[in-house]
Design a protein around this ligand. Structure first.
Ligand SMILES: Cc1cc2nc3c(=O)[nH]c(=O)nc-3n(C[C@H](O)[C@H](O)[C@H](O)COP(=O)(O)OP(=O)(O)OC[C@H]3O[C@@H](n4cnc5c(N)ncnc54)[C@H](O)[C@@H]3O)c2cc1C
Ligand code: SF4
Length: 508
């Protein structure tokens, strides 16, 4: 029988709401899924991330077959696997001779652009459908951005609240305010009853994938086991249930906190599931909203969470598609230093960095403030080449996909986009880390020592960063106070900061 559509399902499109699947017909369409070596190695992804995606793909294939779909699933180690989407789609088209190929747009610019001329190589029409798992379409974001001199997430977020109706009461924000962020900056205390993310026991499919990843990607960064990520929609739903039950009520209060030996605190560990399609972002937010309405979670927690998902997540995607491909190469602060080796080993005397990188190695996870204010802040202050920083973040986190990772890294964290995404660099000295964590108590360095012997490296690097980038940043209204403080310092003090920073940088 002639195949009408060959439907391609990519590894981050594992949802029955996938537009290509929704428009398909079991009777005359077939599906192709491919484990592509090129995708696992174009940056050397964390072993756990590769295992998560391959296992989730294999489970989704089973779910599709159970629904009656005919799925051609190409495993990484299949003899004929050509190693790339393009190669495998072309092999399948030669073998199956479908009338058309149908695929939902890729999330990443590189793959999306490649898809656009598949039809030439395949010799058959290719329909690329819009990804409807987002609240804000490409057109809508372009329209929102069109006449604005400056983009600011907060205004975009308010529109998303109105569109979704989340936490809205008769057209007004619940509680009278749009944003409760000022309540969400409390340091946390160690708590014996700290919630733990829901852990899933690997089944046979996952165990096979773990073996494959160990043998083929053994030299990639990170620990492969213990592996406890959810790999099906049902398991991801269980992870959502446990987050709402155990952690959501305190998510807001301790959103920015960090603690030694506590990699997850009250965070959800859901981004990886949302990003590959195992959870639907809007439904997740509706569940969180319901927890607020039932009295289970306070408003600052529910609003804080919902803002991250319908605000930041949608906003960074909008910026990515608006500004690519130029965005990838931006480097407004002309940072050029190589990424220090300890980003790969975690071997450093800086306790905050050791904790963030250490858990990144073991869990393929660090929470937002660790990414932004510890590893990101250090790279910003030290003037690390933003491309290397971007490739590190893209490789090491299980939830990292370029459309969300790149704007967060290059824009929010490294200010390499010159302020397109955020209004000022997230640069901070050791005092911030000390306020929000207990890492400094476990550190070789002294956070109170400003420069010289034993001083916290973040302190001298902070002032050196301001001094190095004076011409670029001094007119930014949000940096005026910092520069005024720098100007007030004596020449000797400024020289001492800069000498100390030079020693830190030389030792990298
Ligand atoms: C340098 C840097 C790189 C990052 N790279 C990624 C990435 O590759 N993939 C990714 O999903 N997020 C990324 N983020 C954003 C954020 O750090 C992660 O989404 C979050 O830490 C994931 O953990 P969680 O699921 O426990 O999130 P929670 O803290 O529980 O937050 C809830 C949800 O909100 C969403 N969210 C929160 N902050 C952001 C944000 N800034 N942008 C987009 N979505 C957000 C996520 O879907 C997350 O699951 C990055 C942030 C920084 C500073
Ligand atoms: S003293 Fe400095 S380097 Fe050490 S943990 Fe504190 S902030 Fe990090």
């Amino acid at each position: 029988m002639t195949i009408r559509n060959l439907i391609i399902v990519l590894g981050d499109q594992l949802s029955l709401d996938n537009a290509a699947l929704k428009s398909g017909d079991l009777a005359c369409d077939q599906i192709l899924m491919v484990e592509a070596l090129e995708e696992a190695t174009y940056v050397r992804h964390h072993k756990k991330k590769i295992a998560f995606i391959f296992s989730a793909m294999r489970h989704f294939c089973e779910a599709l077959r159970a629904e009656g779909w005919k799925v051609h699933y190409v495993c990484l180690d299949d003899d004929d696997n050509r190693g790339s989407f393009r190669g495998e789609v072309s092999r399948a088209v030669d073998d199956l001779q479908p009338e058309r190929v149908r695929v939902m747009e890729a999330g990443e610019w590189r793959v999306r652009t490649d898809m656009e001329d598949w039809h030439k190589a395949l010799g058959c029409p290719v329909d690329i459908l819009e990804d409807q798992r987002f609240i804000c379409s490409h057109d809508r974001f372009r329209n929102w951005a069109k006449d604005r001199k400056q983009f600011r997430m907060e205004y975009f977020y308010r529109e998303m609240r109105k569109t979704t109706g989340l936490l809205m009461v008769e057209g007004k924000p619940a509680g009278g305010k749009w944003n409760y962020d000022s309540e969400n900056r409390k340091p946390a205390d160690a708590d014996l009853f700290m919630p733990r993310p829901n852990q899933t026991e690997p089944d046979q499919i996952t165990s096979d994938v773990l073996e494959l990843v160990a043998s083929r990607f053994g030299d990639h960064f990170g620990d492969l086991t213990p592996f406890w990520f959810a790999v099906t929609a049902e398991e991801a739903d269980a992870a959502l249930d446990s987050f709402i039950q155990d952690a959501l009520p305190r998510f807001g209060d301790f959103q920015d906190a960090m603690l030694e030996q506590e990699p997850f605190l009250y965070h959800s560990i859901l981004a990886l599931y949302i990003n590959v399609g195992l959870l639907d972002p809007l439904k997740v937010c509706q569940r969180v909203e319901a927890a607020y309405h039932s009295g289970h979670a306070p408003l600052n927690a529910a609003e804080g969470f919902i803002r991250q998902v319908i605000g930041w997540r949608e906003y960074v995607r909008g910026i990515y598609w608006l500004k690519m491909p130029e965005y990838r190469d931006m480097n407004s602060l002309k940072a050029s230093r190589s990424l220090p080796e300890f980003y790969w080993t975690g071997e450093t005397d800086m306790a905050c960095m050791r904790a963030a990188i250490g858990q990144t190695k073991t869990e393929a996870y660090a929470h937002h403030i660790q990414r932004l204010m510890v590893t990101g802040n250090f790279a910003l202050l030290a003037g690390i080449d933003p491309k290397e920083v971007h490739e590190w973040y893209l490789a090491v986190y299980a939830d990292a996909f370029e459309w969300v990772e790149l704007p967060n890294t290059l824009g929010m964290s490294q200010y390499a986009d010159g302020g397109i995404l955020g209004s000022k660099p997230y640069a901070a000295s050791g005092a911030y880390i000390n306020r929000m964590s207990n890492h400094c108590e476990a550190c070789t360095y002294n956070v109170k020592t400003k420069y010289g012997e034993g001083a916290c490296p973040f302190n001298s690097l902070y002032w050196d960063f301001l001094a190095r980038n004076l011409e670029t940043l001094k007119d930014n209204p949000r940096m005026r106070q910092m520069y005024a403080n720098w100007e007030r310092m004596s020449d000797d003090k400024r020289a001492a900061y800069r000498r100390s920073a030079a020693e830190v940088l030389d030792a990298l």
